[in-house]
Design a binder for this molecule. Structure first.
Ligand code: FES
Ligand SMILES: [Fe+2]
Length: 415
């Protein structure tokens, strides 16, 4: 029985571990089973670097975010020195949840139950009436909040519950360098929306990563982002990517109505980069805006998607109306994607048939993504058991996916 597979054993992942041209998609259980979902929460989401929001949300000292990572709730705040801090959202007295939603704190995290107070560095600073009958050997220093690793790359905010996992820098590999021309540190949030989708989080990410479906699911998108203008955009690091080069087609310019960011190089100015950082953030970078989708798994067939538009610092004060063409175009595309992902979820749930073959030219990023999942599910520790993909090393064979996936055209630098 498929459901009884031992997902921590390599033998369950034979179709994923096969070379690209012999590989298959994931077993349907990976999308529909409660048991797989629970294991994935523990082995993937409680060990990986998981996106939990955007850096501007916690820009000010005293702002505190409450986010879920796997089965855990965490707090993220910034101290007066500007350093990010992360903690488990659990009091060290009798375990009460400290906060239930994002809030501002005046220098102290207070438990609502018996009012123990913690400084922004997590140290226990207040225990009201606790000493009325003193305990022996009680030292507040032994009862700091449990800390959680938090870090940022540009506007993206990440957390990691496992101390053994490599640093975010190692996790991201060459991506920050590859995308350094955009100057992401200074991009700002323009607007945000949250959706609930009736599909497994992996279906949403996979659908974003492959460009096989564009012609049929997105007839309008295909006019600005033609299938044959899509190429791999992958290096070392826990991410899968593609580039649309050039980004514009002949018929529509909805993506390009806002002014381009200042100072882009010729390739960035002509391209769209579509990146899935494993496991749960997918985002598109256009010359003039970024569209980020954070995926929070709620149940095997339910995902919360938080969508954020970011604009470059050179684009100031864009009104809600001025964003309309960009926003509407994205949400039209996104609605088409949501419909097909929900249909995928229904087919997988009701059919439960064996996984089919991947299309090498258009679905190679899925093979890479599935192997990251297989690594996380089978590794005893991400410190040693994770193979961060080395990416395209520049050789023809590696860069072009053994000749199946052509390189983007060279963009001439105009003088
Ligand atoms: S449980 Fe938090 S102060 Fe008692
Ligand atoms: Fe799509």
């Amino acid at each position: 029985m498929m459901d009884m597979a031992d997902w921590t054993d390599e033998t369950a992942w034979a179709g994923t571990r096969a070379p690209l041209r012999e590989s298959t998609g994931l077993n349907p259980s990976a999308y529909v089973d409660e048991r797989f979902f629970a294991l994935e929460q523990e082995l993937v989401f409680e060990r990986a670097w998981v996106i939990v929001g955007t850096a501007p949300e916690v820009a000010e000292p005293g702002r505190m975010l409450v986010r879920s990572v796997g089965t855990k709730s965490i707090l993220i705040t910034r101290d007066t020195d500007g350093e990010l801090r992360g903690f488990l959202n659990t009091c060290r007295h009798r375990g009460t949840e400290l906060a239930d939603s994002d809030c501002d704190i005046a220098g102290t995290i207070r438990c609502p139950y018996h009012r123990w107070g913690y400084g922004i560095d997590g140290t226990l600073v207040a225990t009201p009436f606790f000493d009325e009958v003193p305990r022996q050997n009680f030292d507040k220093a032994d009862y700091s909040l449990h800390s959680v690793r938090v870090d940022t790359w540009g506007p993206l905010l990440f957390a990691c519950l496992d101390a053994e996992t490599p640093s975010l820098t190692e996790w991201l590999g060459d991506l920050p360098e590859r995308m350094s021309g955009y100057g992401f540190d200074d991009w700002r949030i323009q607007e945000e929306a949250t959706l609930e989708i009736g599909a497994n989080w992996k279906l949403i990410s996979e659908n974003f990563q492959e460009y096989y479906h564009l012609t049929w699911v997105h007839p309008e998108l295909a006019k600005v982002s033609r299938v044959n203008d899509h190429y791999r955009y992958q290096g070392s690091g826990m991410y899968c990517g593609q580039t649309t080069t050039p980004v514009s087609g002949d018929d529509r310019d909805d993506w390009l109505v806002l002014p381009a960011a200042d100072g882009l190089n010729a390739s960035d100015a002509e391209s769209g980069r579509h990146i899935a950082i494993y496991p749960n953030v997918i985002f598109s970078v256009l010359p003039n805006h970024v569209f980020v989708m954070r995926l929070d798994p709620i149940a095997p067939g339910v995902t919360r998607e938080t969508c954020t538009f970011l604009l470059p610092p050179s684009t100031t004060s864009v009104s809600h109306e001025e964003m309309t063409p960009t926003r509407d175009f994205w949400f039209d595309i996104n609605n088409e994607d949501i419909d097909i992902c929900e249909r995928g979820q229904r087919g997988l749930t009701r059919g439960r048939i064996a996984a089919g073959p991947l299309a090498p030219r258009f679905e190679e990023p899925l093979h890479r993504f599935h192997n990251m999942l297989a690594d996380c599910m089978t590794a005893e520790s991400l410190a040693t058991g994770l193979t961060i993909p080395p990416g395209d090393d520049g050789s023809e064979e590696s860069r072009l996916g053994t000749g199946l996936n052509p390189a983007p055209p060279t963009i001439e630098i105009s003088s």
